[in-house]
Design a binder for this molecule. Structure first.
Ligand code: FAD
Length: 316
């Protein structure tokens, strides 16, 4: 949670390539990484997806990677998504007829921050992926990254939405701007994933206190639930989950009209309980070798995860 005193340190460490080398090289890190990441390669991810679908949950798969500084790496990321989407076709039996399959993209992995025409490159790369997803009937959601990318990301999303109206986007409740963004983006046919936000952000753009972030989340959730779009409630927090269930009842939304989302490996029992009670729940499944940034953000969220990690360091 945001009250973890080591959160800023860990989120700064998440951006250090020197620490990335050290942490990635430690043999005991792998076991802990495996709790949050479905594997290095596509077959492991597809097998995790199959298990999740069999349990009645939906999935969104993220090919790990961010802050790409090389156009070739961005192209390799597109290829990984295209290959993954081809393998989605083999899952159609487990997947059923609804939009149970989705991919999540980070525009920074598709070239957004490349100097010069990075935004154009990211738009073109994302367009290729969204086109391929559309062909196999899978949904796509664009992840939210740090606040310096928000304007660029949302303008690329608006551009893509002209061709693909169901393209999902993520809004982060810790940003001051997000309640307004929720109003702007929650029109008919839209899909918005609301999360608290996972990056280290300055006080002039983001709420710093956990209580303020939670209050913002609840305000945003109300806007989305009362809006005309499809809210995707991404949180492990029981308060947010209860509020979503209550607001859904108040706004007469059925289980088809919104969904819960949680991260792979986090609160598995709660995920299954929500599904058993008739709700739709999607699991965010990350895979790939570039797990460092993702992994460090998960450690920053939860002191218990961090303690586990420290213990493995001590015995390393
Ligand atoms: P927290 O404040 O972290 O936790 C609140 C409470 O939840 C805890 O006090 C505890 O009761 C419970 N809890 C949390 N973890 C556990 C656990 N492991 N075991 C038991 N109880 C637990 N962030 C972005 O910035 N951009 C994105 O694009 C993005 N996409 C996301 C997609 C999904 C599907 C999800 C679930 C999260 C995403 N996030 C994203 C991360 C998000 O912003 C938060 O950092 C993360 O979800 C932690 O916030 P929380 O709402 O779960 O609550």
């Amino acid at each position: 949670s945001l009250s973890n005193p080591l959160r800023p340190v860990l989120l700064a460490a998440a951006r250090s390539s020197r620490l990335e080398k050290t942490v990635s090289g430690m043999t005991l890190t792998r076991k802990l990484v495996d709790r949050f990441v479905a594997g290095d390669a596509e077959p492991a991810a597809v097998s995790a997806v199959r298990d999740i679908l069999t349990s009645g949950r939906f999935v969104t798969v993220d090919y790990l990677g961010e802050d790409t500084t090389d156009p070739a790496q961005a192209t390799a990321t597109v290829d990984a998504y295209l290959s993954l989407l081809r393998s989605y076709a083999t899952l159609s039996e487990a997947a059923g007829t609804q939009h149970t399959l989705e991919v999540s993209l980070k525009l920074s992995a598709l070239g957004q921050s490349l100097p010069g025409d990075g935004e154009k490159i990211a738009l073109a790369n994302a367009h290729r992926i969204v086109t391929a997803a559309d062909e196999v009937g899978a949904w796509v959601t664009v992840d939210a990254e740090d606040h310096t990318t928000t304007d660029s990301t949302l303008s690329i999303v608006e551009e893509l939405r002209r061709d693909f109206p169901t393209l999902g986007t993520v809004l982060q409740a810790y940003l001051h701007r997000t309640e307004a963004d929720c109003r702007h983006f929650s029109g008919s046919g839209s899909r918005i994933r609301l999360c608290k936000g996972a990056y280290k952000e300055p006080a002039d753009v983001a709420f710093q206190k956990p209580g303020e972030v939670d209050a913002s989340y609840l305000r945003c959730l109300k806007v989305l639930m009362e809006g005309d779009g499809y809210p995707m409630v991404a949180s492990h927090d029981p308060t947010m989950i209860d509020a979503a269930l209550e607001l859904a009842t108040l706004t007469e939304r059925t289980a088809e009209d919104f969904e819960f989302q949680m991260l792979y490996g986090i609160r598995d029992g709660e995920q299954r309980r929500l599904v058993a009670e008739g709700n739709h729940l999607r699991v965010y499944v990350p895979y790939g070798s570039q797990w460092y940034g993702y992994f460090m953000r998960r450690l920053a969220e939860r002191p218990a995860n961090l303690m586990f990690f420290m213990r493995s360091l001590a015995s390393n």
